[in-house]
Each structure stands twice: as C-alpha cells, then as structure tokens.
Design a protein around this ligand. Structure first.
Ligand code: C5P
Length: 227
C-alpha cells in the first residue's frame, strides 16, 4: 500500500482543548494507529534535561533530537507508555516543565526537521490519527480529514487543572491560565510551523461539550463513516 492510500485524520488544538483524549478515542474507534506528535517534542525536551543541555544551545538540541530513541508501548490499563532512551518517561513527559521545554525546542527548525520522517513513519495501514500543531499543514498535508478543536482559554485551564489535581500535582488555576495563554502566543507567533490550522480543516468548538459528543462529531467527518 502506498502512503497516499493510507488514510490520515489530523487533529489540532491548543493545550487543554482535549486534543489528546479525543484523538486517542477516535483512533480506538476507527482501529487506526495514533501519533501523539507532542510526545516526541516532549521526549526530546526531557532527554535534553537528563543530559543537562542548555535550552539555548540549538546545536546540542538538534543532536539530541536525532539521538534520542522514543518508543510507544500500549498499556491495556491506561494511556500508552512512552520510553525515552529505554526509560519509561510517561509521567515526566506530562509535566509543565516538559511542556515548556518541548515548546522551546519546537521553535528550532532543525529539531522539527529531525522529527519529520519519524512522524511520517507512523502512517501505517489501516490508517492514522495524528495530533499536533503542524500535522495537517506540514507533516500530512494530504490528509483526507483535518480537524481543529477549540475551547475557551478558561475552560482549557480548568480541564488541565482538574487533570493535574487528579494526579496529585499542586497548581493554581490562575497560574495555569497564564501559562496556557503564554504558550498559545508563543506557538502561534513563532516563525517555524506556527499554530495555524490547515485551510481545509473543520473547526469544532468543544467548550461545554463532553468527550463522547466531540468524538462522534469527529467520526462523522471521516469518509465512509458519515451518518
Ligand atoms: O501537544 P503537547 O502539549 O504535548 O506539545 C508540547 C509542545 O510541543 C507544544 O506546546 C508545541 O510547542 C510543541 N509541538 C509542536 N508541534 C507538534 C506537537 C507539539 O511544535 N506537532
């Protein structure tokens, strides 16, 4: 099967838009593979931290992006585990520190280039659900279905607050809202792969909607699945 024949559904959304949860659920319903592209950037950020690299040293970070091994393992009991250089870094990947490091290194064009082919390799039969900023624009511009999820910043901060609180992480709602707004601005304004939806993406506002309802709306957009 050529790559072009393998269907891809791309999902984009700012942090806290429910992108990861929705994408995983949609992939499970379709029986397709799932690429969490943010996890790759987070993994490089975490590996850079382990190696004590300076987040201002682009050359060292690019080498780190090439050298870091990243593997996903299904966990029947929960979300997939992510192994970074052979170590289970799933929990560390989800921290705000890893998110901030990912966002900083994602602004380096050579790091993005280093991760490009790795991302495209996830396109395997019978199909792929890929989430992340540039999935529908740069990595899989020929994807048949492209979705952009939106939600108010306040609702995104609240969802993230509940998630972290459930994990026993202590954060304030105000602090999270400020971080979310700052990261949105940095991701939208950077020169390389800014957070701009593909022109052919369908926008779904998830404010006030539960996961199940959004999953159905996304599934209805996939060719051959429309009601
Ligand atoms: O989606 P997630 O919050 O895990 O991504 C972490 C960071 O990695 C984002 O804030 C963004 O800066 C970067 N990223 C990116 N391109 C992607 C996925 C993530 O630049 N495709």
């Amino acid at each position: 099967m050529t790559d072009a024949a393998i269907p891809v559904l791309t999902i984009v959304g700012p942090s806290g838009s429910g992108m990861g949860t929705i994408s995983r659920a949609v992939a499970a319903r379709l029986g397709w593979h799932y690429l969490d592209s943010g996890a790759l950037y987070r993994a490089v950020g975490v590996a850079a931290g382990w190696a004590d690299l300076d987040l201002g040293d682009a050359g060292a970070l690019v080498r780190c992006a090439f050298d870091t091994t990243i593997a996903f393992r299904d966990d029947p009991g929960g979300e997939p585990r992510v192994l970074v250089n052979g170590h289970d870094a799933t929990d560390e990947l989800r921290t705000e520190t890893a998110g901030a490091a990912a966002s900083a290194i994602a602004a380096i064009p050579e790091v993005r280039a280093a991760l490009k082919e790795r991302q495209r390799a996830f396109r395997q039969p019978p199909g792929l659900v890929a989430d992340g900023r540039d999935m529908g624009t740069v990595i899989f511009p020929d994807a048949a279905t492209k979705v952009i999820l939106t939600a108010s910043a306040e609702e995104r901060a609240e969802r993230r607050y509940k998630q972290l609180r459930d994990k026993g992480v202590s954060v304030t709602l105000d602090g999270l809202l400020r971080e979310i707004l700052a990261r949105d601005a940095r991701d939208a304004n950077r020169e390389v792969a800014p957070l701009r939806p593909a022109a052919d993406a369908v926008r779904i506002d998830t404010t006030g909607q539960d996961t199940a309802a959004v999953v159905e709306r996304v599934l209805a957009l996939v060719p051959g699945r429309a009601a």
